[in-house]
Design a protein around this ligand. Structure first.
Ligand SMILES: Nc1nc2c(ncn2[C@@H]2O[C@H](COP(=O)(O)OP(=O)(O)OP(=O)(O)O)[C@@H](O)[C@H]2O)c(=O)[nH]1
Ligand SMILES: [Mg+2]
Length: 182
């Protein structure tokens, strides 16, 4: 008999880093250049099969705008996993500094759940910049230290525009959740 699983996953991170775009790319293979900020939260479901078991993901896309923060903990309730998104685009460096804020927000409001970090908009920078420029806060080396030091389950560089890394990143979380609850 095949079993089914339902996992609520929350997407958080600063405004305009690409949370909505990543979910759209993963679930619909679509991308839009237009920015329509998310108000409050919206959710999308996605069905996947792993080792013959049906997994339904409830993807909760939560607004990054801090003005909407009072509602946020209510949206976190019952989450089994979390994805924190920041942007590699120049001009959005602050979104990586704020990863600590988002991490703290989850740890404060959720049980112990797996957290994955997505470094999005990778299409806007050269990969060299992240491998060679070790002083950069978002260099590969620095992020590896950051995720090890903060007990983060994985790090993926993604682009909602090209789709680079997107499927791998989502699948990793699905596998982690499945292995935890099977
Ligand atoms: N070049 C590039 N642009 C992206 C990428 N992902 C998102 N964008 C653009 O960045 C802008 C913001 O994307 P959203 O997905 O709306 O950002 P968000 O994190 O959901 O923002 P909030 O809903 O305000 O929290 C939009 O104009 C997108 O087209 C990417 O990987 N590459
Ligand atoms: Mg959004």
């Amino acid at each position: 008999m095949s079993q089914g699983y339902i996992f609520k996953v929350i997407f958080i991170g600063d405004a305009a880093v690409g949370k909505t775009s990543l979910i759209r790319k993963f679930t619909k293979s679509e991308f839009s250049k237009e920015y329509i900020m998310t108000l409050g939260a919206q959710f999308t479901t996605h069905e996947d099969k792993i080792e013959g078991a049906n997994c339904r993901l409830l993807l909760w896309d939560i607004a990054g705008d801090k003005k909407l923060s009072s509602l946020r903990p209510a949206f976190y309730r019952g989450a089994k996993g979390a994805i924190i998104v920041f942007s590699h685009a120049s001009g959005q460096e602050e979104s990586f500094n704020n990863v600590s804020f988002w991490l703290n927000d989850i740890r404060k409001n959720c049980e112990k759940i797996p957290i994955i970090l997505f470094g999005n908009k990778i299409d806007l920078i050269e990969d060299d910049e992240l491998s060679k420029n070790k002083g950069k806060p978002t260099s590969n080396d620095n992020i590896e230290k950051f995720i090890n030091g903060n007990n983060i389950a994985g790090y993926y560089k993604t682009s909602a525009l090209t789709g680079n890394g997107v499927i791998d990143a989502f699948q990793t979380l699905i596998k982690i959740l499945y292995n935890e609850y099977k």
